[in-house]
Ligand binder design. Structure first.
Ligand code: ADP
Ligand code: MG
Length: 671
């Protein structure tokens, strides 16, 4: 019986309410709880005397309870329990709030360990709501990440119950592997990471669990890529690149031509194409995709272009429709908001080969979408898609060529993991005539001047974006985009047309707003970060970003890339009242650097990987304990180990538990 899959409510002491708190932490099953690892440990054996306790720092004090608990009800819902302890030199007055259970358990003249901050006066000391343990239980305690209402102690009790319930955890790896990589058993690691009997067991335990997690990830990714080794089922016979170039209103850059040539060469080879086109915002990835798509279609196959948002999909659809207007290429759009009847018709036509290029969002990877002869899948802004989603689309049709486009620079070690054996073409050259976008960092004291600057730009016939912080987050201290836009329309921008775009709008509404901006009808577009990816309105020349310090630098760079796409001089104005040195320095980097890769590097160094990965930019499953940037050596070992395992046992028949873990890990990547 595998108790690990049981609902968390199955555990003693976990009712409906507690279960909901656990759910908030992403914990649904007993297994989830077992993988909820401590953030750090408190060693209750590590005590100091009150005399030596530093101010404002939590410490452990070993003390005897010297007076019985006095209870006083301050008001309904607030009961104080007071009693005195002594560490042999100093009396400590302890106050406990509301915790009746704890107060009742204390016994006068028994020894305890108190954990918390000590406040000292000349004559005595006091502690407010310290954690209290019996001295004979002075061991290492785990500290768990938690939410307000769920105590660390409650989690620790549940974990104890969970570990007792599941019994001995079966070993997932062979003795050879354990020995080769110097790993402790999974059972030992799991128990020690929660309740170390000795602090020196923590590191080996952690190492084993990190290894497991990264190995599971690697095996999963490698299995997803199995299809890569298949032969080329859609071999390109003739190159139509030049014919496509003649459709373009511009001459492609050298970098674009090289990237296209790479793709064509791949598709003419004996293997399927698996290529990442990596290029900064504005480097012209769409045209590269266009050339490849065109060639595939002219060779008789269908192509799919998948974008992360409806706006972007719609824009790609419109521009390809225009571009291909003089050709016989048939283009269609399939997004979530296409009407049911129309959807049905598109699906039918796709299945019968009456559509050559389908542009769309996630709707494209639904099960009921079938192709007659899918030869190429192209995903734009790839990092927004989960690996699983990419794989889903690739499984449609008979193993199509795969091309992914991304503006997000990813550190090399990671690229290897996420993209595996994807080949990479770099677009390291911007189209000619691009002017540097002038970037300024100012405080909100400059608002009046900025608004005048925007009015002047609009009076010249140009357009402006204003990005203000997230409506979605509902942060009360920030003006919501809607209020902000209403206010501007009534005051600073009376007589101008102001549009609003935010994440809570329905896709069709968003499209309408974006369309109106793209056509120049809306002059000033106030939005949350939904404009971030890919949208192209060359007439927009001003990008104003409020509370700029709240964004990651790479995100700011993407936003800035929305302007400077046409012939007119463009400006990016970053408003921030954050006076901290680090924030100022970060924004100054934006002013002085226009290279996305440099900016990402800086971002990574200054904010750390947590932030980079916190936004799930990589599209990989969540990791509970491993850190892909920190644990690179383990990552390397796991890759080596995974390749070996698959070599000798391609279906992993000898590792049933591991297979289950892989499935579990990848099942959860559905965003
Ligand atoms: P991204 O790489 O950010 O997706 P796009 O493909 O949207 O960039 O291209 C940005 C803008 O540059 C578009 O307006 C596009 O028409 C234009 N563009 C692309 N390539 C060239 C080129 N070689 N010469 C001039 N303009 C180009
Ligand atoms: Mg793009």
């Amino acid at each position: 019986m595998n108790y690990g899959e049981y609902d968390i409510r199955y555990l003693k002491g976990v009712g409906e309410k507690t279960a909901r708190l656990y759910n908030k932490l992403g914990i649904f099953t007993v297994d989830d709880l077992i993988r909820h690892y401590p953030r750090k440990y408190l060693d209750y054996g590590n005590t100091v005397s009150v005399k030596d306790a530093p101010p404002d720092t939590p410490v452990f004090i070993k003390a005897t309870m010297i007076t019985p608990v006095k209870e006083s009800m301050i008001r309904k819902g607030l009961t104080l329990y007071k009693c005195n302890f002594s560490d042999g030199e100093t009396v400590i007055r302890v106050t406990i709030f509301n915790n009746k259970y704890l107060a009742k358990a204390l016994r006068t003249f028994d020894d305890y360990i108190l954990y918390g901050k000590v406040e000292k006066t000349f004559t005595s000391a006091s502690m407010s709501s310290p954690q209290i343990e019996r001295a004979d239980k002075a061991e290492v305690h785990p500290v768990y990440p938690t939410t307000e209402k769920l105590s660390v102690k409650a989690i620790s009790n549940s974990v104890r119950n969970a570990l007792a319930l599941v019994g001995k955890i079966p070993e997932t790896l062979s003795d050879d592997i354990l020995k080769k990589y110097d790993l402790v058993s999974l059972d030992f690691a799991t128990r020690q990471i929660h309740f170390p009997t000795d602090e020196k067991n923590v590191e080996p335990a952690r190492h084993r669990l990190i290894f497991d997690e990264l190995l599971t990830l690697q095996l999963g990714l490698l299995k997803l890529k199995e299809k890569d080794v298949k032969g080329n089922s859609c071999k390109i016979k003739k190159d139509f690149t030049n014919e496509f170039y003649s459709l373009l209103p511009f001459t492609p850059t050298g970098a674009q031509q090289r990237a296209v040539a790479d793709c064509i060469e791949d598709m003419q080879s004996d293997r399927m194409m698996n290529r990442l086109i990596q290029g900064d915002v504005g480097s012209g990835k769409t045209a590269v995709a266009g050339a490849v798509i065109y060639t595939v279609i002219k060779n008789g196959a269908q192509a799919a272009l998948m974008a992360p948002t409806e706006i972007l999909a719609t824009q790609h659809f419109e521009s390809f429709k225009k571009l291909f207007a003089s050709t016989d290429v048939r283009v269609a759009l399939l997004t979530g908001s296409v009407k049911a009847g129309e959807k049905k018709e598109i699906k039918r036509a796709l299945c019968n080969g009456e559509i050559d290029l389908i542009v769309g969002t996630h709707a494209l990877i639904q099960n009921d979408v079938e192709f007659e002869n899918l030869g190429l899948v192209c995903t734009d802004e790839q990092h927004r898609f989960g690996v699983q989603q990419r794989a889903n689309l690739a499984m449609k049709g008979d193993n199509p060529h795969l091309m992914v486009m991304s503006a997000t620079p990813i550190p090399r070690t990671l690229g290897l993991i996420i993209y595996g054996d994807l080949d990479i073409s770099l677009l390291d050259e911007l189209p000619p005539g691009r002017q540097e976008i002038r970037t300024d960092v100012v405080t909100s004291a400059y608002h009046k001047r900025i608004y005048k600057f925007i009015r002047d730009a609009v009076d010249r016939g140009e357009q402006a974006y204003i990005v203000c912080s997230l409506v979605d987050e509902g942060e009360s201290d920030l003006i919501s985009a809607k209020e902000y836009a209403d206010n501007l329309a009534k005051n600073e921008f009376v007589g101008y047309s102001v549009g609003l775009l935010h994440g809570k709008m329905k896709p069709a509404e968003k499209d309408k707003v974006m369309q109106s901006f793209a056509e120049g009808e809306t002059q000033i577009l106030v939005s949350t970060t939904v404009v971030e990816v890919g949208v192209d309105v060359p007439n927009a020349t001003v990008m104003l970003i409020e509370n700029a310090d709240r964004f990651g630098l790479s995100q700011l760079h993407q936003l800035r890339g929305r302007v400077g796409r046409g012939k007119n001089k463009s400006y990016c104005i970053l408003v921030s009242d954050n006076k901290s040195d680090s924030s100022r320095e970060r924004l100054q980097v934006m002013k002085h650097t226009s290279n996305g890769f440099d900016i990402a590097d800086y971002d990574l160094k200054s904010r750390g990987p947590g932030d980079f990965f916190g936004k799930r930019q990589h599209g990989l499953p969540d990791l509970k304990i491993a850190d892909m940037l920190e644990d690179t050596e383990t990552l390397r070992q796991c890759r080596e180990c995974a390749l070996k395992m698959l070599e000798s046992d391609p279906r992993l028949d000898g590792y049933p538990e591991l297979c289950e873990r892989i499935n579990n890990m990848f099942r959860k990547t559905d965003y």
